[in-house]
Design a protein around this ligand. Structure first.
Ligand code: ATP
Length: 410
């Protein structure tokens, strides 16, 4: 409708200049190429929700490759990557942002060296392949229709009513990642799943459709969830729905505590992950690790967490604690501190270690006359201990004890 179009034009007008510039370049390129072009997907959804948005996705009715090559001419600092096989192209900018161009014309080769077979579809088909109605809206960018909403599947109504609704009954069977996406979008916007969508979600979980999903794709979706502001509520839904049980094989002691909501805003992804598994026994954590493929830092921190938890169960001196914890990432120690078995011990250690204020290093020791070699490391360890135990409090005292050691032959 005309009113709707004016609303969208107003929303576009309020976008940051960089984005408006891109939209104009896309519009002008479409004019030049004589094809139809649309803004689609999450950007449209978030624009209508007045949500801060980032990634731009376009769909071209026509050849996406040709369109992208024409578009890049208008974007001197963009870098074009084409994926001819999938009919998509991506333009990345120096600040790390990017835009994606997909096309409704698919050219594929039935065997190497064959002439391309061209399959034409249209915007409607493209939008039908998407996950939920709220993600299947488009905004036309061609000059004459600039700002018109294309909404074949009732996306705007569902946005207004706060519903996550699939486009067809087989949606979760076709792509089980959509189950995780449904939960993520529902909690992110405080929406609920439409009745049939919710039923289909439960049916899909029970029918074991998650088995179709690779560990990589599952992990990717889970990490998307852990990056969300209200990931705790999402985690609870993953448990309540039985989805985690279906994937991991059993009901494990996941920790998604809504009481942490305020604090969790400042937690890194690694911290969030560690806290979520912190109530599990070590053998359970191992089982969980078999069902996700974590990046190096997450995996290492998880292993460190597990092994430190074992070590800390024995009585330890301050020095022994320091040897264990000195090089461990702060977030691991922070998560361990939340465990009431260790909180007193670790708080004492952290207080003591905060007093460490070493100014000496290998170089300054050599200047003071220490011979190069293993002695240097030993002295630095000793100095660290002296700080930790509160035997020295100032840089003067630090130098003092070192001079004393250096001058006293041992
Ligand atoms: P976010 O705000 O989390 O980035 P988004 O909707 O932009 O959300 P993307 O993963 O970037 O998410 O996907 C862009 C668009 O591609 C979606 O809006 C949706 O239309 C479509 N899409 C993404 N994943 C799927 C999927 N698994 N099945 C169907 N359509 C999908």
């Amino acid at each position: 409708s005309v009113a709707m179009r004016q609303d969208i034009l107003d929303l576009i007008e309020r976008l940051p200049e960089e984005i408006k510039t891109i939209l104009k370049a896309v519009r002008d390129t479409a004019e030049e190429e004589g094809c139809a072009v649309y803004l689609v997907g999450g950007f449209v959804r978030d624009l209508l929700l007045f949500f801060p948005t980032q990634d731009l996705d376009f769909v071209v009715e026509g050849s996406g490759g040709q369109f992208a090559r024409a578009l890049i001419q208008r974007m001197p600092d963009g870098k074009l990557t084409q994926h001819e096989k999938f009919g998509t192209a991506q333009i990345t900018f120096p600040d790390g942002s990017h835009l994606d161009v997909a096309s409704t014309r698919w050219e594929y080769y039935s065997f190497p060296g064959a002439l391309p077979q061209v399959e034409e579809s249209c915007l409607r088909d493209d939008l039908f392949r998407r996950d939920f109605t709220i993600n299947s809206m488009a905004i036309c960018l061609n000059t004459e229709h600039f700002g018109e909403l294309v909404d074949y599947y009732g996306g705007k109504r569902d946005l207004q009513q706060g519903k996550i609704r699939f486009l067809h009954n087989l949606s979760f069977i076709d792509d089980p990642t959509r189950m995780l996406r449904a939960i993520r979008f529902a909690e992110r916007y405080h929406f609920s799943l439409a009745k049939e969508t919710l039923e289909a979600l439960y049916t899909a979980i029970e029918s074991g459709v998650l088995a179709k999903l690779s560990v990589e794709r599952f992990t990717e979706e889970i990490l998307h969830i852990f990056k969300e502001i209200n990931y705790l509520a999402m985690g609870q839904t993953l448990i309540r729905s039985g989805l985690f049980k279906a994937w991991f094989g059993d009901d494990y002691a996941w920790n998604f505590n809504l009481e942490d909501e305020q604090d969790s805003a400042d937690w890194s992804l690694n911290t969030r992950w560690l806290i979520s598994i912190s109530d599990m026994d070590s053998p359970v954590i191992e089982k969980v690790l078999d069902r996700v493929i974590l990046n190096r830092s997450l995996r290492d921190e998880t292993m460190t967490f597990v092994s430190l938890r074992e070590s800390l169960s024995n009585p330890l001196s301050l020095n022994e604690m320091d040897a264990l914890l000195n090089k461990v990432p702060k977030e691991v120690v922070m998560v361990l501190t939340r465990d009431e078995r260790f909180s007193k011990l670790l708080t004492e250690y952290l207080e003591a270690s905060q007093k460490i204020n070493m100014s000496l290093n290998g170089k300054t020791l050599i200047q003071m006359g220490v011979k190069q070699g293993p002695e240097i490391g030993k002295i630095l360890d000793q100095v660290r201990r002296a700080w930790l135990q509160g035997r020295i409090h100032t840089l003067e005292e630090e130098k003092g004890i070192v001079r004393h050691w250096v001058d006293t032959p041992r």
